[in-house]
Design a protein around this ligand. Sequence first.
Ligand code: BG6
Length: 462
Amino acid sequence: MKAFPETFLWGGAIAANQVEGAWREGGKGISTSDVQPHGVMSEAVEREPGDFGIKDVAIDFYHRYPEDIALFAEMGFGCLRVSIAWARIFPQGDEQTPNEEGLAYYDRLFDELAKHNITPMVTLSHYEMPWELVKKYGGWGSRELITFFERYARSVFTRYKNKVKLWLTFNEINMSLHAPLTGVGLEGKPGKKEIYQAIHHQLVASALVVKACHEIIPDARIGNMLLGGLMYPLTCKPEDMLETLQENRSWLFFGDVQCRGEYPGYMLRYFRDNGIELDITESDREALKSTVDFISFSYYMSGCVTADEEVNAKARGNILSMVPNPHLASSEWGWQIDPIGLRILLNELWDRYQKPLFIVENGLGAKDKLEADGTVHDDYRISYLNDHLVQVGEAIEDGVAVLGYTCWGPIDLVSASKAELSKRYGFIYVDRDDEGNGTLARTRKKSFHWYKEVIATNGGSL
Ligand code: BG6
C-alpha cells in the first residue's frame, strides 16, 4: 500500500487505571475506577481491606514503565497515548494544591518517553475521577466540579508544559449516557435530566481547559475524544434512516458542541420534547466557544439501527444498544468487525467538522495462547489491524486529514467493560490472569513484529 504522510504518528494507547496498578501508592487517592472492580458498567462497591481487585496491580506499569517503553520503542512508536490518574494529582479532588509525589511520577514517565523520542499524548480523564468528588459533591452533577477539574488541568499543563504538547480532555465523553458513574460520577439510576446536566458541566469544563491549555502551552494542541459509535440503518426504510440519524446524533452531539462551540438545534429540540430543562448560564455559553484543535476517537465496531420495536426488543449489544449487522462477523466478545466502517467514519467526521482527526483507539480483544515456543501466534489480531489500517490509508487518499493512529492496548492490560485480563489487545503478552496469578513477565507476540514492520515502512507493508 502507498506510504502514509511523513508526519503520521504511529503508536499505542493505554489508560492509567487499566495499566498502572499501585492503587494506594505515591499518595494517590481512591478513584471511581478503584470502586468499580467489575468494570465501567458496574455500580460502586465499598472496598474492604484485603478485597481483591485486578486493577489494584493491573500490569504494574507504575513500576515497570521503563521496560514497557523500551519495548514500544523497539516497535518504533512515535507516540504513546497515556492518561493521568486525576486522584494521583488531587487525591480527594477538591484540594487547593497538587500532590507532589503524583506530579513527580508523571515527570519520570514523560522523561522516559523523551529518552526514546516518543511523543506523549495525554488524556486528562480516562474513565476515572477522585471518588471523594462523587461522595461529597455528587460527581459532575455539581457545578463545583468545573472548578476542581480546571484546577487539576491547569496544574498539569503548568507542570508539563515543556514535555507534553498533545492533550485530550475526557475519554469517550459520550459514554456518560451509558455509564453515568464512570463518565460523570453519578450513582444509582440517574434520570435523563440529571445526566445531561452533569454532561453540560463536563462540556463547559472541557472548553475551559481547552482555553487554559492554549494560554499555558501556546504550541500545544488539544482535542476531544469520542467513542465513534457509527450506526447504519438496518434497512433503507425512511423510518430506519431517520432513527439512524437520531442515534448517530446522540453521540455526534458531543462533537458538535466541542467543535462548533454551541448546542445544536436538534439537541435543543430533544430537550424540549423530553421536558429537560438545563441550567445553562451566559458564562457557560461563552465558555463553550473555546473549541478543540482536533478530534480524536475510538473505533472498534459498527452497529445497526431500526425503528422496528420488535427487532429492537430482541437486539443484543455489548456497550451500546444496537442491532447486529447480518453481513459482519463478530469478535469473541460479540463486537462486530467492520474495517470499512473506519473509512466511512473518518470521512463523515472530516466532512462534518473539517478538523484533523486522530484515531486514538482501535484493536481486537481476544483470548491469546502462549505457546511452548514462548510466543503467541495472533494472526487474527494482525488481520483485524491490517484491514483497519488499509481503510485508514483509503481515507487519507479520500483527502481526510489524519494525524495518527494509536492502537488500543499495545501491551495486554485490564479491559474496561468487565475488568478482565483474559481479553487481550496487546502486541506484548503479560503473564497475569483474571485471578491475579502470573509473573507479570512480558513476551513479544507475532503481531509485535508485524506492527514494527508497518511502522518502519510507514504503512507501506500493509
Ligand atoms: C474504550 C475505552 O471504550 O474501549 C478503553 O476507552 C477500553 O478504556 C476499550 O479498554 C476497549 O474496551 P474493553 O472493554 O474491551 O477494554
